[in-house]
Design a binder for this molecule. Structure first.
Ligand SMILES: Nc1ccn([C@@H]2O[C@H](COP(=O)(O)OP(=O)(O)OC[C@H](O)CO)[C@@H](O)[C@H]2O)c(=O)n1
Length: 319
């Protein structure tokens, strides 16, 4: 039996494939700082975490890499945003294989979608950032656009911005729409730095899952914002995580949902047996420490081997 980072692998079996994961790198060429809640953030060090991750993924012969969003930080000086994103994409491109990016709130604080998506090589229609791919016949990966309905990233007069602002004004009475003060339990997610999956994207998701079921494929759903309260702070959840999960629960093909944004990380198994794994942030690694991982994919489980602060997790499918 093999052992990776303290976990016994699936009966010593060879994985069908392995892929690299990292989230919330939030690089900026600025001194160390803190989150709104006082957690230390190491803006210059996070690029070193990424460099070590790429080196390891190359050694591990990962088939592809997934970046779970927030490639640069909102505090990056705005005249440096473009160069900073290009610099980080170049670091990712030192990986010997395809890299799939997601957008996060910090990406959108820096650049509008029309500039950001080509840089991240997200080729979707009408400025949307959702897509899917199938690296092997047995599996499909679905990447959601968590800021489809959002007050950040679209032009100020765009119908989606209007819709998001109206939604926030109904759900969050605070003048600072990033403040959860007075919001109770799950309502604490109704914050400006979050967003929702719109109707068209929900229909697209439903269609992709139907096709995957027909093709007997297992599905891994990836999203910058977490989709299960068991794995995340209330404040980090997708506004309409419940609607997305209703679509997901209609079929049996989704086995695991992966996310970023909630920097401390988390893991849960929902009432339908789907694993939810939220990744620990690269940004919050004190100098010399890491947070990235490599996931081995088997027919009955995913096995995350974490480096440094990213905890290793075995995700055995229950159905
Ligand atoms: N005016 C505000 C702004 C934020 N908060 C709370 O602070 C937490 C995180 O905010 P921030 O660090 O700016 O957001 P990030 O996108 O970098 O990180 C996402 C978090 O990890 C999500 O958990 C959050 O709890 C806010 O509600 C606030 O109270 N008031």
């Amino acid at each position: 039996m093999g052992s990776v980072n303290g976990l016994i692998n699936a009966q010593g079996k060879q994985p069908l494939l392995s892929f690299g994961v990292i989230s919330d790198v939030q690089y900026a060429d600025i001194p160390d700082g803190r989150s709104f809640l006082g957690v230390p953030r190491y803006y210059r060090h996070s690029i070193l975490v990424l460099q070590r991750a790429v080196k390891k993924w190359n050694c591990q012969k990962a088939k592809f890499v997934m970046n779970f969003g927030d490639i640069i930080d909102g505090f990056c000086p705005k005249d440096q945003s473009l160069d900073a994103v290009m610099k980080m994409v170049k670091e990712f491109d030192n990986f010997n294989g395809p890299v799939y990016h997601m957008i996060g709130n910090h990406c959108l604080y820096n650049l509008p979608r029309e500039k950001l998506l080509p840089l991240l090589r997200i080729h979707s229609h009408d400025g949307h950032a959702y897509y899917d791919f199938s690296p092997i016949p047995e599996y499909r990966f679905v990447i959601l656009d968590a800021y489809d309905i959002s007050a950040i990233g679209w032009p100020k007069d765009h119908p989606k911005t209007m819709k998001a602002l109206k939604f926030l004004s109904e759900k969050n009475p605070n003048s600072d729409k990033n403040s959860p003060d007075g919001l109770v339990d799950l309502d604490r997610r109704f914050l400006m730095f979050n967003g929702a999956v719109g109707k068209e994207q929900l229909e697209w998701l439903d269609h992709v899952l139907l096709e995957a079921t027909r093709s007997n494929q297992k599905v891994v759903v990836c999203c910058h914002l977490p989709l299960d309260p068991g794995a995340s702070s209330r404040e980090a959840l997708l506004w309409n995580y419940d609607e997305v999960m209703n679509v997901i629960h209609r079929s049996d093909c989704v086995k695991v949902c992966l996310a970023g944004h909630d920097h401390k990380g988390g893991h849960s198994v929902d009432a339908h047996g789907i694993h939810h794994r939220v990744f620990e942030a690269a940004l919050e690694c004190p100098p010399g420490t890491d947070a990235f991982g490599c996931i081995d994919v088997f027919d009955d489980r995913l096995l995350l081997s974490g480096s440094g602060r990213m905890k290793s997790t075995e995700m055995i499918f229950s159905r």
